[in-house]
Design a protein around this ligand. Structure first.
Ligand code: GTP
Ligand code: MG
Length: 401
């Protein structure tokens, strides 16, 4: 990570491997190729389980979309999902959640189900239940394992269990934590009896997508994916913990120099000026806002699932980069010849003379690099403030109920 006015040696070394060629087109193609590789990965997540368990509600909660949103998977008390349907993440369109037909219904054929839904195309499976695990859950898990795919069990609707317990509390005296522990132990015992090895169970309520095991589920999924798929999922996840936000920031920081080089060179290729560099950088800023869930659309979606007003959420986004920046302001930041940059500019001039020959030059590269690095810092802080606000309100509500 860059210090305030430096670029680390590791980043410099990485840059040297790409900036060896002296042809602008070659370098640009190489950098854009690296960025495209990252952005062209598709993640297919299968969501299955018995009808009515909350598969569609889970898909909406996982994407941070309200059940009534036009982009939502349809939920309801009658069987609603009859064929496999893909729901792209609203800001990360390559993360696809597949709402599969319910299992255990009259039309369900355990022999052919996984083949019918195209088992091999999915990266992993989420198996949702709102009740006890049954034979068909075990059979499904074993087939998935045989195909060497991963699966995760979700025990949904724990809010119902807690509510039922609250009504009986005076007689049984169980705390919420006791109830959740009991459910977890019961699920694990069931799965052992069904001889499903190494199964992970997450206790959730799709009506409370900030709580219970949602953060743990996010972290487990991330740990078990690799490379570009991990990166793709990471950037799409709703902010549920400070460590997730930090991971996002670190993942994006690794690409800052590529984005800065791409902005400067693509402008040079078209004979552009600062304005074309700025417009390219603004696209990157927009994608950072989306990754930290502080762009207008993400905040509107969050407002509708949390019932906190959009204005209240937006007031937590205090950085300049969280606002709609005018092009001129970006141009101004990029072209600023801050005296503190001079040493670095000289160093880069010597180390990468090629950059200095490009129309927009080293100063623009340095300006772009620092603009994007500062934006990452500020937007991650904005994201954290919004998250804290949401968690604080959710906690306050729980205590009232
Ligand atoms: N209390 C509670 N209800 C939930 C939860 N998740 C889903 N529901 C409700 O359960 C019902 C079924 O949810 P769906 O998401 O439609 O279930 P599904 O598994 O997609 O059902 P099919 O499409 O019919 O296979 C709906 O009325 C949801 O609102 C939850 O966590 N808690
Ligand atoms: Mg459904």
């Amino acid at each position: 990570m860059a210090s305030q006015f430096g670029i680390s040696e590791a980043v410099m070394n990485e840059m040297s491997t790409v900036l060896q060629s002296h042809k602008t087109m070659d370098v640009l193609a190489q950098v854009e190729g690296m960025l495209d590789q990252m952005n062209s990965v598709t993640l297919n997540i299968a969501v299955t389980g018995e009808s009515g368990s909350g598969k569609s509600a889970f898909i909406n909660a996982f994407r941070g979309v309200d059940d009534d949103d036009p982009e939502a998977a349809e939920t309801g008390i009658t069987t609603t999902t009859l064929g496999a349907a893909a729901y792209p993440h609203p800001t990360a369109q390559r993360v696809l959640l597949w709402d599969l037909p319910g299992i255990g219904t009259a039309s369900f054929n355990p022999e052919t189900y996984l083949e019918d839904v195209g088992l091999l195309k999915y990266d992993f499976f989420i198996i949702v239940t709102a009740d006890r695990f049954q034979e068909y859950h075990y059979a499904l898990a074993k087939c998935i394992m045989q195909a060497q795919k991963k699966f995760y069990f979700i025990r949904n609707k724990v809010d119902r269990d807690l509510e039922a317990n609250a009504r009986r509390r005076s007689q049984k005296g169980l705390s919420d934590d006791d109830v959740l522990d009991q459910i977890r132990a019961n699920c694990e015992k069931n799965l052992r009896m069904g001889q499903v090895e190494n199964a992970r169970v997450f206790l959730l309520s799709c009506f409370h997508p900030q709580g219970y095991d949602f953060p743990a589920l996010q972290m487990t999924l991330l740990e078990e994916l690799e490379g570009h798929k991990q990166h793709t999922l990471l950037l799409s996840l709703p902010n549920l913990s400070a460590s997730l936000i930090l991971q996002k920031k670190q993942a994006l920081a690794g690409d800052v120099w590529k984005r800065a080089v791409a902005a400067c060179l693509s402008s040079a290729v078209v004979g552009g000026n600062l304005c074309t560099v700025a417009s390219k950088l603004m696209d990157t800023l927009k994608s950072y806002q989306q990754a930290f869930c502080v762009d207008k659309e993400s905040l509107l979606r969050l407002a509708s699932i949390t019932h906190i007003s959009f204005q209240e959420l937006q007031s937590e986004v205090t950085s300049t980069f969280g606002k709609q920046l005018p092009t001129e302001e970006v141009e101004g930041i990029v072209s600023r010849t801050d005296p503190t940059y001079q040493l670095l500019v000289k160093k880069l001039d010597m180390r990468f003379p090629f950059l200095a020959t490009v129309a927009t030059g080293v100063i623009t590269f340095v300006g772009s690099y620092f603009l994007l690095s500062s934006a990452l810092n500020s937007l991650s802080e904005d994201g954290e403030r919004v998250m804290k606000k949401v968690l604080h309100e959710a906690f306050a509500k729980q205590n009232i109920n």
